[in-house]
Write a protein of this length. Structure first.
Length: 744
């Protein structure tokens, strides 16, 4: 819409110049300005100062100065006005407006990295930020006032950094001046005209090149300052071996044999240069490959282990199969309240539940199989793919040249540096689903989403589960009251939860395992039959040849910009290998951005995505958008409405009244900023809220949307109604009462 508006504006201006007496008007106005003498340029410079302080874009004045005064005088006028205006805003941010500007800065994550970089490289970073339009010009004037840069360095860096942009805009204005003055080949030599327009094109080219160089230098400098926890190079283990097929699957199982690891697969002969080479066949890689192939691109897909990645093989799919079986056990045990009686306790066949999971997983795996993607026109290579140059990948001893590439290598379970743990043996999400016998005692290390999900499931199957975390609470990223509901249900199911624990060592004796930990200065020893480690994810960066490709990476994975480009312009990244949102649906959405940006010159940003997530405990916790504290930090005037499921008829009838829905919105606009739902099917219910946010809707849409009765989703309509009632202030109510009284 913005581009269309600019195009229509240019067309309108051109039409006006052609059909209206602009030349006469301009000649009269120019004579008037000349009559002002030195007052004219001073007035324009002061106007520029005022617009800069008031956040009014000054590009029109810059072009206008070139039109009125020509290239030399116009350039000097704008240079003085722009720099004085920038200095005024800078000083206001350091004095009178400091608190307000601080709130603006808090909502801009990009500025925080710039601020850190300026702390050590003040002049250089201010200069680069001026050359690179990373921030709006007028906003940056104020934001820089919060940084540690000295005023003198700021003034000089500003002055130098503005030169290319000012020259370009004034040059455009000067060219317009010649056109309006009616200069033709009769009054101006033909070669002078050519020289003028060649000069304009050269100026444009220089500004574009300088801007691109500055943008890259600025990004590199910011990344260098992000801190060791974010962008420091991780210590990669060149000897790291990914979990093998026979560790992740039951080799002799009829269902696992059908999974996405084609036996005896023969890699195809490389088909010349590829439009796209995809490294990694998880969700991001598969969506990238299928999308590009569907458009007619020549695509190669490389996977070293199992097509489908973590989600299909050792993540979302098997875990939800296990969770559903465990929920069936829980429902059977809880049937008495609904009038369902058993003569004895229900028998639990853990092996049967796991066999069901493997069977269903094998059925789903056909969507991600090598055979299917080959039929889509994708060349599928099984092996360790690694970059050998900025535009070449090697796999199975064969080299694949590419125009574009996508790194979608995913992530794996993070390791826990505890003495004796590796020797004692433990499970991760990559190996836990091979179990066919239920461990009598299971210790789960980590209280994040996966740890909570599997702790509850194995407890319901009949294990005695102890969950350990070094934090103060489980699910630390969620609202405390939401996590408290899940914790209460876990403990009701029988899970023992130990918080604030420090792991000391692990050991195995006579087939039994034991863990030693310290809690509140007391040493505790836990005996168990199995250990599940679930303490986060580590991006798969080893053996990819990233240095050979010129791709930068850090502790969070491959470094990408908002458009998912790496430091190599040919190479993009998507999914867990580069994202803090390690979800299947996030990887899918990122892959779609890559296709649009890599092949169609789109400018889609990952920061524009509205990404929901859900923890599939019972009840579930689902969230989208801002949490309240984050919304306030971003500068919003936040209002929050929470509605208990205890007020929703369907939840009461289902026996699922322990939960709530919560929505945060902007008081000024009513726009929905985020929300959390705690309910048995919260993940399903959250879609309505996510859609409303994606469509940038206000709270009124929740109230005006008709919901089927009785459903638990009605809780969102109740929140919408509650928001509408806040508009009925005492004053408004009095006015309505008088109106209704007059009508009687």
């Amino acid at each position: 819409a913005k581009r269309l508006f600019i195009a229509f504006l240019i067309i309108d201006v051109a039409a006006a110049i052609v059909f209206l007496p602009f030349r006469d008007w301009f000649a009269q106005f120019e004579e008037y300005v000349k009559g002002l003498g030195s007052i004219g340029p001073i007035a324009v410079a002061l106007a520029y100062v005022l617009t800069t302080v008031l956040f009014i874009p000054g590009s029109a004045i810059t072009i206008g100065a070139g039109t009125l005064f020509g290239l030399k005088t116009g350039f000097f006028v704008v240079l003085v006005g722009a720099n004085l205006g920038a200095l005024c805003a800078f000083l206001l941010a350091r004095t009178l407006l400091r608190d307000k500007v601080t709130r603006w800065a808090a909502s801009n994550a990009r500025f925080r990295s710039l601020d850190r970089a300026i702390g050590s490289q003040g002049f250089k970073m201010v200069f680069l930020s001026r050359l690179s339009p990373a921030f709006p010009f007028n906003l940056l004037n104020y934001l820089l006032g919060l940084t540690a840069v000295r005023t003198g360095a700021y003034v000089v860096a500003n002055l130098l950094g503005m030169l290319p942009g000012i020259l370009l805009y004034v040059y455009i204005g000067a060219a317009a001046r010649d056109a309006l003055a009616g200069q033709t080949d009769e009054s101006t030599d033909f070669y002078q005209q050519i020289l003028k327009y060649v000069g304009l094109l050269a100026t444009v080219a220089v500004v574009v090149i300088v801007t691109r160089v500055a943008r890259k230098a600025l990004r590199d400098a910011e990344q260098a300052q992000e801190g060791s926890a974010v962008t420091a190079k991780p210590r990669l283990d060149p000897n790291h071996k990914p979990t093998s097929f026979d560790e992740m699957m039951l080799v002799d199982d009829a269902h696992d044999k059908q999974n996405c690891h084609p036996p005896g697969w023969v890699n195809p002969t490389p088909a010349g240069k590829y439009n796209l080479v995809v490294v990694g066949a998880g969700t991001a890689g598969l969506v990238s490959a299928a999308g590009a192939a569907g458009l007619g691109a020549r695509v190669a897909l490389i996977e070293r282990n199992l097509l489908g990645g973590d989600c299909l093989n050792v993540g979302c799919v098997p875990s939800k199969g296990v969770i559903r079986a465990a929920r069936a056990v829980h429902e059977a045990r809880s049937g008495a309240q609904f009038g369902v009686q058993f003569d004895g306790k229900p028998e639990i066949a853990f092996a049967t539940a796991m066999e069901r999971m493997r069977r269903l997983r094998a059925g789903i795996s056909g969507h991600d199989s090598a055979e299917r993607f080959t039929k889509l026109g994708v060349d599928v290579f099984i092996g360790n793919g690694h970059f050998v140059s900025p535009d070449t990948v090697e796999v199975d001893g064969r080299r694949l040249g590419f125009d574009r590439a996508v790194i979608a290598a995913g992530a794996r379970a993070a390791e826990l540096p505890v003495s004796g743990l590796a020797e004692a043996g433990y499970y991760t999400n990559e190996t836990i689903f091979t179990l066919t016998e239920l461990p009598a005692r299971l210790v789960v290390i980590g209280a994040g989403p996966l740890g909570c999900e599997l702790a509850q499931s194995f407890q319901r199957f009949g294990s005695r589960v102890t969950m350990i975390t070094d934090g103060a609470e489980i699910l630390p990223k969620e609202d405390r009251d939401a996590a408290a509901i899940v914790r209460a249900q876990l403990e009701k199911d029988g899970v023992k939860i130990i918080t604030g624990a420090r792991m000391e060592r692990a050991e195995s004796k006579n087939g039994a395992k034991s863990l030693t930990l310290t809690v509140a200065n007391k040493t505790i020893e836990l005996a168990c039959d199995g250990i599940l480690v679930s303490v986060g994810r580590t991006p798969n960066l080893e053996n990819l040849g990233l240095e050979a490709a010129g791709v930068c990476y850090g502790m969070r994975g491959v470094d990408v910009d908002e458009r998912l480009r790496t430091s190599n312009a040919r190479i993009y990244a998507a999914g867990d290998v580069c994202s803090r949102y390690k979800f299947t649906h996030a990887a899918d959405a990122m892959a779609r951005i890559v296709i649009a940006n890599a092949f169609f010159f789109a400018r889609r940003k990952v920061s524009d995505l509205i990404i929901p997530w859900c923890t599939y405990t019972d009840p579930e916790i689902a969230h989208v958008g801002y949490y309240e504290k984050d919304a306030r930090a971003a500068g919003f005037d936040v209002a929050t409405i929470t509605e208990s499921l205890g007020h929703v008829d369907r939840a009461i009838l289902d026996g699922e009244a322990e939960g709530f829905a919560r929505v945060h919105y902007d008081k000024k606009t009513g726009r929905i900023l985020g929300g959390t739902i705690v309910a048995r099917h919260a993940g399903e219910m959250l879609g309505e809220l996510t859609l409303a946010m994606t469509a940038k809707q206000s709270m009124s849409v929740l109230s005006s949307t008709i919901h089927s009765y009785p459903t638990q989703a009605e809780v969102l309509r109740k929140i919408g109604d509650a928001c509408m009632r806040t508009k009925l202030t005492p004053t408004v109510k009095k006015v309505i009462e008088k109106w209704l009284a007059w009508r009687r």
